[in-house]
Every structure is written in C-alpha cells, then in structure tokens.
Design a protein around this ligand. Structure first.
Ligand SMILES: Nc1nc2c(c(=O)[nH]1)N=C([C@H](O)[C@H](O)COP(=O)(O)OP(=O)(O)OP(=O)(O)O)CN2
Length: 193
C-alpha cells in the first residue's frame, strides 16, 4: 500500500543553464507542493502504514526549511550567492541546482535518511519512502524514486554539502536536526503527537 502526505512551501530560486530564459536569468518564486509517498505491506497498531501526524514533526521541519527561503546552488556565481545570503535571512545552499527535479531528489534523500534513523514505536513495519513529488507550478512537477535520488548520473546529493541559514535552523523543533542526521544519530518517534 502507498500513502501520501502533502506539504507546501514558498521558495525563490534561479535555475542556471535551463532553456527557459525567465527561469535561468531572473530570481523568481514558486508555491511548491511536495508529496511524500510511503509504502509498506503492513499496518501499525492504528491500522495505518505510518501516522500522518508523525510526519508533521522532524520531516515537516526539514521540508519547511525551504519555506520563505532562497534555494541557492553552491556552484552559482559567488557574487550572486553572497548577495542572496546578505539580503535574505532564510536560505538553503545545495550541492545541486534547485530545479523541480533536483528538489525532489534533495527532499527524497533528506527524508529517507531521517526515516532510516527513526525508531518507530507503534508497530510500524518495513515503511519505505517510495517517492517524492515536487509540484513547482500547477502544471509542472518532478517525481523522484529511490534510483533517481541516489543516481550519480544526476549528481551526488550529499547531506554534508547542505547548508541551512541560522534563521532556518532556529525554526526546527530540534536545532541539531541536520547534524544529528549527518552523524547518523537515532531518533525515536514520540508516543503521542
Ligand atoms: N523540467 C523542468 N522544467 C522547468 C523547470 C523545472 O524545474 N524543471 N523550471 C522552470 C521554471 O522554474 C519556471 O518558473 C516554471 O516554468 P513553467 O512551467 O514554464 O511555468 P509557467 O507558470 O509559465 O507554466 P504554464 O504552464 O505556462 O502556466 C522552467 N522549466
């Protein structure tokens, strides 16, 4: 069975090198919709694959990092990167360019790592992240499956190379969220949410 949970955020970016001129040369924003799809052949004590409420903790915080922030590709030109960081309190620096495709891969890797490190306590079994869909507009979206997220053909997504501004980190329930994931520390799901 597959379940899906929708998240939303507002984000600004430039996607260098693409064919659409307005997209590659002007800073612009989108109201993103992100769908996380989880799969399991089992149900938990509440007869659910994975309680949607549990997704609104650290998973939501990771996705909300992009809300009202600027997604910056670390290989963009230094002048642009410095200007974005100087003028926006909320920014996320990524090892890949922020196209819908790369956003779906980035979010896949973040959520997948978090899920892998999470001890579930309500009978959840073999819950896997199936795919991540990122709707950039009402008419265009990208869907990353596991093989896409970890495909070297599309560029390595290494969490070590992510940087979140202080203002972004301040809004995480757990201010060490990313460091804990990087250090592969374990998370235990709350009993009640
Ligand atoms: N495959 C992709 N193509 C494009 C991406 C992308 O991430 N992946 N991104 C863009 C731009 O960010 C652009 O702002 C969105 O482009 P577009 O879909 O053309 O947006 P519109 O709102 O103009 O779409 P309409 O369907 O015409 O309303 C470009 N391409």
């Amino acid at each position: 069975m597959i379940i899906r949970k929708l998240f939303k955020f507002e984000n600004a970016h430039i996607v260098r090198g693409c064919s659409s001129s307005k997209c590659r040369s002007s800073l612009h924003g989108h109201s993103y919709k992100v769908e996380l799809l989880f799969a399991s052949n089992f149900l938990d004590n509440g007869q659910m694959v994975y309680d949607f409420g549990l997704m609104k903790q650290n998973m939501k915080d990771l996705i909300e990092s992009f809300d009202h922030s600027i997604a910056i590709w670390r290989d963009d030109n230094k002048e642009y990167i410095d200007a974005m960081k100087k003028n926006s309190a909320r920014w996320v620096l990524l090892p890949v360019s922020p196209s819908a495709e790369q956003f779906s891969r980035v979010i896949f890797v973040m959520i997948d790592k978090l899920l892998e490190l999470t001890t579930t306590i309500n009978g959840e079994r073999e819950v896997k992240l199936h795919s991540v869909i990122v709707h950039e507009t009402d008419t265009g979206y990208a869907q990353a499956f596991r093989e896409d997220a970890y495909s070297l053909n599309m560029g390595l997504i290494n969490l070590e190379e992510f940087a979140f501004s202080e203002e972004v980190q301040k809004n995480w329930r757990d201010s060490n969220l990313l460091d804990k994931i990087k250090k592969r520390e374990r998370f235990i799901n709350p009993k009640s949410v």
